[in-house]
Design a protein around this ligand. Structure first.
Ligand SMILES: Cc1cc2nc3c(=O)[nH]c(=O)nc-3n(C[C@H](O)[C@H](O)[C@H](O)COP(=O)(O)OP(=O)(O)OC[C@H]3O[C@@H](n4cnc5c(N)ncnc54)[C@H](O)[C@@H]3O)c2cc1C
Length: 267
């Protein structure tokens, strides 16, 4: 199948992109790496009248310090992060998660912002960045607003982005040198989308401890406080009858392995 006809614009700055998106209203769609949107267009799951390609906007490809953390532009690719082309404020965490996304051809084009905006619950960045306590920077005609990445997804394939808004980037806080981190992705073969994700962060110097369960049927579940088996089991119970006993066990074991990798739980 081929996409429906659409107009295409490739603005060179964010204000122009926002103006195009605002004029187009609900019939406008942002195009970043095209790794998810391309198939959706071909299958006619998406039928925009206007595609606004944001990959020529320098601001969205920039990486700048913010406080002691980093503002990563939405159009920074998974490959750039994997290759260490951006400053490392997370003790190698971002690079290692990036390297586990799909395969290199997808990582060369797919972007961190596109992954978040697509809001697939099984994607890696939404779980990883929720655990790190990152913030999404959203640009719109009325200005800029910020939400925590943990609250960026409203549900599967839904986000808090309003009509005409563009995700400008994410602010990732700096981990202290003693921070402990574990990320475990359960999938059938390397580089696949996850069936379950566990991520654990203990950063006592910053007074941060968090466990995240990802690749559920909705946005990642964020559990604040030091890792505990019981807290994980209680959170899995909130998924109710949407999830069978096998999947519950997979989510539990995935979180437990992340805690073991972080060194905050014995084997
Ligand atoms: C074979 C294959 C395997 C994959 N495996 C994995 C995997 O293991 N883990 C994983 O995490 N991902 C995986 N992906 C997804 C991949 O990471 C994509 O890069 C990502 O989902 C979308 O990023 P993109 O830049 O290509 O966005 P696009 O496809 O261009 O856009 C996706 C959606 O986000 C919107 N959008 C994009 N950027 C913005 C923005 N800045 N502001 C507002 N809206 C925006 C678009 O309008 C569209 O609705 C896989 C993809 C493929 C094709």
């Amino acid at each position: 199948m081929k996409p429906v006809d659409f107009d295409y614009e490739c603005p060179g700055d964010l204000d122009s992109a926002l103006a195009l998106m605002s004029d187009a209203g609900p019939s406008g769609r942002v195009l970043a790496g095209g790794q998810s949107l391309g198939p959706m267009l071909n299958l006619r799951l998406a039928q925009p009248a206007l595609l606004v390609d944001i990959t020529a906007i320098p601001e969205l490809k920039a990486v700048e310090p913010e406080g002691d953390g980093l503002l990563i532009g939405a159009c920074v690719t998974h490959a750039a992060i994997e290759d260490g082309a951006i400053a490392d404020v997370t003790n190698g965490t971002l690079a290692s998660v990036a390297g586990g996304i799909a395969y290199r051809a997808v990582r060369n084009r797919g972007t961190i912002g596109g992954s978040l905006a697509h809001a697939d619950p099984a994607a890696d960045w939404i779980s990883c960045l929720s655990t790190l306590g990152a913030e999404a920077v959203i640009a719109g005609a009325a200005g800029e607003r910020r939400v925590s990445v943990g609250e960026f997804m409203d549900g599967a394939f839904e986000t808090v982005l309003g009509v005409g808004e563009i995700l400008r980037g994410v602010v990732v806080p700096k981990l202290s040198s003693t921070a402990r981190w574990g990320y475990y992705k359960f999938c059938r073969k390397a580089g696949d989308f996850a069936e379950a994700i566990g991520a654990v962060l203990h950063d006592p110097e910053r007074n941060v401890a968090r466990t995240v369960l990802g690749a559920t049927n909705a946005r990642p579940i964020v559990i604040d406080g030091p890792y505990e088996d019981d807290a994980v089991r209680t959170s899995i119970d909130t998924l109710g009858s949407d999830i069978d006993s096998y999947d519950r066990q997979v989510h539990f074991v995935t979180a437990k392995r992340a805690a073991m990798i972080a060194g905050v739980r014995a084997a």
